[in-house]
Design a protein around this ligand. Structure first.
Ligand SMILES: Cc1ncc(COP(=O)(O)O)c(C=O)c1O
Length: 317
């Protein structure tokens, strides 16, 4: 099997930390520490995507996300270090005091186009128009989809599985749980386990899309990768479990029980979770595996999101 090429800027392997919380012992895979100023799960995907952008001689990288998108921040930071210009198409409003991720959009001089919810539904068409304008001026544009989740980007988590298996060694684990937005991380895990001929549960906590939509997205991008890279595997999608009901009422909504749990988890372990992704995922982890003392065989994958904490700091304090 020929693996796609990549750049090397992630701080990996990330630690697999043993923690004790509420009388339970479990492992947290610290992918919040991958680098690019704590850019979390995006860094692994961008190693592949930006290699491709450079290979294709791009001048510009276009990508999309929320006004506090970790993916857009990570892309802007990595692209600027590679001397690529970045244009971000963002759902929401400019924050005048450049809070959280918006600080990095500005620090890296990323060009920003803010869109309302309705406009954002047509974000790809809007971006395409911009792309055409730039291409008329001779600029080459490389498109990265939402969350960096395409057949190439998910290789970050295909290879993550090898790293995890090296770290866990003989220790038997039955599954891994992560926050799921676009589903690329979960898809990479499924492909990675299948390539290793292992059946492990992937618990995906949907924070952005309804459970059925997310499931379809994960299956689609996994199958796209199998086809594109001619992988000789068949994924058993019974291993994919969407843990629904933990979005706290919506992507941008803050949920007080989740905040309280995040604060308690931080207090006991010094590991901080945000209220868009990892705090909600950890709540699901707690509810399903810690409360009933079944956590020791399920790894909690911390996917980052630290800068999302700051615009919501009033909920923590
Ligand atoms: C901190 C964090 N965790 C999890 C996710 C979800 O990852 P994915 O889009 O691959 O499902 C994202 C991005 O969307 C994120 O920023």
């Amino acid at each position: 099997m020929k693996q796609p090429s990549k750049l090397f800027f992630a701080n990996i392997p990330t630690p697999l930390r043993r923690v004790k919380f509420d009388g339970c012992v479990f492992y947290v895979k610290r992918d919040d520490l991958t680098g690019l100023e704590l850019s979390g799960n995006k860094v692994r995907k961008l190693e592949y995507l930006l290699f491709d952008a450079k290979k294709k001689n791009a001048d510009y990288v276009f990508t999309v996300g929320g006004d506090q998108s970790n993916h857009c921040r990570a892309t802007a930071i990595a692209a600027s270090a590679l001397e690529l210009k970045t244009k971000l198409f963002l759902w929401g409003k400019e924050n005048k005091s450049a809070e959280g991720n918006q600080f990095f959009y500005n620090l890296t001089n990323a060009e920003k186009i803010f869109l309302n919810k309705k406009e954002y539904q047509n974000v790809e068409a809007i971006a395409l128009k911009e792309k055409e304008k730039l291409e008329k001026k001779g600029e080459k544009v490389y498109w990265i989809p939402e969350g960096g989740s395409d057949a190439l980007g998910i290789w970050g988590y295909v290879n993550f599985v090898d790293e995890l298996l090296t770290q866990t060694g003989e220790k038997k684990f039955n599954g891994i749980l992560c926050a799921a937005g676009t589903g690329g991380t979960a898809a990479g895990l499924l492909v990675g386990f299948a390539l290793n001929n292992l059946s492990r549960k992937v618990f995906a906590v949907n924070v952005l899309y309804p459970a059925d939509v997310l499931r379809e997205k994960i299956i689609k991008v996994s199958e796209n990768a199998i086809e594109k890279f001619k992988l000789k595997i068949k994924i058993n999608y019974n291993d994919l479990v969407i843990l629904d009901g933990y979005d706290g009422g919506g992507y941008k909504k803050v949920w007080s029980e989740s905040v309280e749990l995040s604060k308690r988890f931080f207090g006991e372990t010094t590991i901080l979770t945000d209220q868009v992704y990892t705090g909600k995922a950890f709540y699901a982890y707690y509810d399903n595996f810690v409360k009933n003392k079944r956590s020791n065989k399920i790894i909690f994958l911390h996917t980052g999101g630290l800068f999302g904490v700051f615009p919501k700091k009033r909920f923590y304090l």
